[in-house]
Ligand binder design. Sequence first.
Ligand code: NI
Length: 163
Amino acid sequence: MKRKIVRFPSPLLRKKAKAIKRVTPEIRKLANDMMETMHAVPGVGLAGPQVGELLRLIVADIGAGEIILANPKLVNKKGKREYVEGCLSLPGVEAPVTRADCVVVKGLDLDNQPVEIAAEGLMATVLQHEIDHLDGFVFIDRVEDPSTIKHVAANKEPKETLI
Ligand code: NI
């Protein structure tokens, strides 16, 4: 079921999301709803608070397979990469953000099994952007020079920038 996407500046996007103690059927349903919601726009990443659920759950798909992670935690990062980001919660806004180029993220899969994902490039950007959502940050908080924030037609944004 498609969910309504919470838009900036909703206070929900500024809260710290809660850890998931155990992945239940309800959490699996939420993850599936989030994936459906993300694909419908389309975008490449979505976090729990963006559908109004303050839980540490993220979904992503940059075209190389669907990723669902509960309690994602950045455990290693290196390098730098600048990428023009947008966000499903900030339609029509984009700006360059510098983040780590390579990351290792640990979390739980939907079977409650620990997983570790090593990612680089766009996937690394997406994972860092989504984990930020779980901690109450949006991408414009990470922009170094506010004059680089651009407003674009919301329906002209490339899918790969809607994170
Ligand atoms: Ni976002």
